[in-house]
Design a binder for this molecule. Structure first.
Ligand SMILES: NC(=O)C1=CN([C@@H]2O[C@H](COP(=O)(O)OP(=O)(O)OC[C@H]3O[C@@H](n4cnc5c(N)ncnc54)[C@H](OP(=O)(O)O)[C@@H]3O)[C@@H](O)[C@H]2O)C=CC1
Ligand SMILES: O=C(CO)COP(=O)(O)O
Length: 315
């Protein structure tokens, strides 16, 4: 919708034909964006060859853990000169790869044709055309600028950056921190707790990002603190809502059912972020606590006690 509003001819691919038809014919996506009218010029197809035909830019927006599988099926059909842009915010479980690394691995394209878009961009607010800013990062700044041009509208303002690692780590880890905020909120805790989690969550994101080669200043920007604050504060966030259900005492299965099939990336990424941090000797106590609640059955209350009983240290 943003690309179409920006004047970029866009074909959306959906795996379900009936949804593709509804988007093209009725200009709505009733499953995910009920009550919102999509641009008339936006068409959707379920045939991947039709979607990729003549594409200059391929925007990958499937959930992180399914990107490799989808790309592998599309590979060979992606036009030779096309750039690829990732919107997904997660770390692959089996390989601990960032999404641009998965794209490079599967498509064998050079890094300067692969980009990421990340920022405080809750889907419903963007679809309602509420003003928001974001970051398009690519090692080749001219590619970032051409994607920036392709998606700039009166309500959507992308900035460019060359720090791909920082933008991807910011996007993946904030989902984990949003789960932690949801857990605290669901357990009845207030704003001091949430601000403390957000701030210390940012500290561990920066530690991990820097260990992986990111620039610290990226985390002070839209793909860092911007997205972190939006996701940790909004009831529209699936990650925060998921965490809140766990904080209220519901089981992982109950919390999963309540997502109605929508992805809360942090539930899987908490384990891959934790493993990535361990591989680089980085301390990520909040991520570790989220992993233990989600996958080792630790009650939220015990996770809070464990975090607060860590040894004291300088900020
Ligand atoms: N929603 C948001 O506010 C934002 C999301 N993101 C990121 O975008 C990515 C996608 O999120 P989002 O669209 O919101 O997720 P949703 O869970 O809401 O939707 C996922 C979409 O991908 C499709 N899908 C799911 N699994 C597969 C698969 N295995 N193969 C092909 N298609 C699949 C679904 O199709 P079907 O309906 O047929 O199941 C659906 O259209 C995530 O990484 C998320 O973090 C980034 C910024 C904002
Ligand atoms: O990434 C997002 C906003 O920028 C969306 O977050 P959720 O996946 O938690 O809804």
């Amino acid at each position: 919708a943003v690309l179409t509003d920006a004047g970029t001819r866009t074909t959306l691919w959906a795996r379900r034909d009936e949804l593709a038809r509804t988007i093209t014919d009725d200009h709505v996506n009733p499953d995910y964006l009920p009550g919102i009218e999509l641009p008339e010029g936006l068409s959707a197809v379920s045939d991947i060859d039709e979607a990729l035909d003549g594409a200059d830019l391929v925007v990958c927006a499937v959930p992180s853990q399914s990107l490799r599988d989808n790309l592998s099926r599309w590979n060979g059909r992606i036009p030779a000169g096309a750039a690829l842009l990732s919107l997904a915010k997660g770390i692959e479980s089996e390989t601990l790869s960032r999404m641009t690394e998965v794209i490079a691995d599967v498509t064998d394209r050079p890094d300067d044709r692969i980009a990421v878009l990340s920022g405080p961009n809750l889907a419903r607010e963007v679809a309602l055309r509420q003003p928001a800013a974001t970051v398009v990062a690519c090692r080749d700044e001219s590619v970032a600028r051409s994607i920036q041009n392709a998606c700039t509208t009166a309500y959507f303002r992308p900035y460019t950056n060359t720090d791909v690692v920082g933008c991807e780590i910011g996007g993946a880890v904030k989902n984990v921190i949003a789960l932690a905020c949801g857990m605290a909120s669901g357990a009845g805790l207030g704003e001091n707790t949430l601000a403390s989690i957000i701030t210390r969550g940012l500290a561990e994101t920066i530690r991990l990002g820097e260990a992986l080669g990111a620039r610290a200043e990226t985390f002070a920007g839209l793909a860092g603190v911007g997205d972190l604050v939006a996701t940790c504060s909004s009831p529209l966030s699936r990650n925060r809502s998921f965490g809140a259900r766990l904080g209220e005492g519901r089981s992982l299965e109950e919390a999963q059912q309540a997502t109605h099939g929508q992805v809360a990336e942090g539930v899987k990424s908490c384990s891959s972020v934790r493993a990535l941090a361990a591989a680089h000797g980085v301390d990520v106590p909040l991520t570790d606590a989220v992993h233990r609640v989600c996958h080792e059955g630790l009650p939220v209350r015990d996770a809070i006690i464990a975090l607060l009983s860590r040894s004291t240290k300088p900020e």
